[in-house]
Ligand binder design. Structure first.
Ligand code: ATP
Ligand code: MG
Length: 270
């Protein structure tokens, strides 16, 4: 499915009344600086509330750019992004920051916890930045730490935790503000197999039990198989989509894309 042909990837649960969590319409991102790089070349998608979507594609295909544009961490060059039916605001950086704080959770490969704050303080941070303090925010933070199995670590600092524990805390922090969409860019990229499974199971449960919409970039077909749908990117375009993915079929589709990229690369080099 190609953005230019007007087809839209993704699964909006039609008729359930559950609504739409994310919509991107013909999103283009061009990075300037000498030779322009078209990182996103007309991406359209629509994701229903409570869905778990994996984004895969060769290195440089635009996965991180897609996430950053969808999450309001970066502005598209053209096109529209709507989160929970509300359009990404124009105007200054402060409006975009407010938008992110109220609607978006983001989890990075390397956790990005604040080293001098305890786990509890880290989880409370986005809420206090959004102006929500006091007992209610404290209770919500405690509840999410409990749910993610890290309540016993609340008074530790990030350096005193394993990678898997740090990532679970980072997910707790992202979920504590109840975002419309939780974005995760290779959240298991730095974890061992057992910790990866725990993190993926948490994301899966967030979608199933709490209706959390999750969008995750990954290189790992096993990780992608935790999602409802895999969207495949190549050269900044959505080129394939797999519902109810299993690891073997996901790996086959990825291999086909990697092969196509390698062929294009050889042609370019020749
Ligand atoms: N800030 C930037 N300035 C210029 N070009 C950029 C910038 N960020 C990304 N790009 C380019 O945009 C394209 C897409 O990059 P992106 O980081 O989205 O890829 P990716 O699919 O996430 O790759 P990876 O799997 O290696 O993380 C690449 O060609 C990259 O070099
Ligand atoms: Mg990336």
């Amino acid at each position: 499915m190609d953005g230019r042909t007007g087809r839209t990837a993704g699964a909006v649960s039609a008729g359930t009344g559950a609504g739409e969590a994310l919509r991107m319409v013909d999103v283009v991102k061009v990075y300037g600086g000498g030779k322009d790089v078209v990182a996103l070349d007309g991406v359209s998608l629509a994701l229903g509330t409570g869905t778990f979507t994996a984004v895969m594609g060769p290195s440089g295909s635009g996965k991180s750019t897609l996430l950053q544009c969808a999450a309001g961490l970066d502005r598209p060059t053209a096109g529209r992004v709507l989160v929970g039916g509300v359009e990404l605001p124009g105007g200054g950086e402060s409006e975009l920051t407010r938008f992110r704080r109220s609607r978006i959770g983001f989890v990075f490969q390397h956790y990005n916890l604040v080293p001098y704050l305890t786990v509890r303080q880290n989880v409370l941070l986005p809420q206090s930045l959004a102006g929500r303090r006091g007992r209610r925010a404290g209770a919500e933070a405690a509840a999410v730490l409990e749910r993610l199995g890290v309540a016993n670590l609340a008074e530790r600092r990030p350096a005193e935790l394993s990678g898997g524990q740090q990532q679970r805390v980072a997910i707790a922090r992202a979920l504590a503000t109840r975002p419309a969409v939780l974005f995760a860019d290779e959240p298991t990229g730095a974890l061992d197999t057992a910790s990866s499974r725990q993190v993926l199971a948490l994301l899966r449960e967030s979608a199933d039990a709490f209706g959390q919409t999750v969008v995750m970039v990954t290189h790992d077909p096993v990780a992608a198989a935790f999602a409802d749908t895999v969207l495949f990117l190549a050269d900044g375009r959505l080129v394939d989509e797999l519902r109810s993915p299993d690891a073997a079929e996901t790996a086959r589709r990825m291999a086909a894309l990697d092969g196509a990229t390698a062929t294009a690369f050889r042609k370019e080099a020749a």
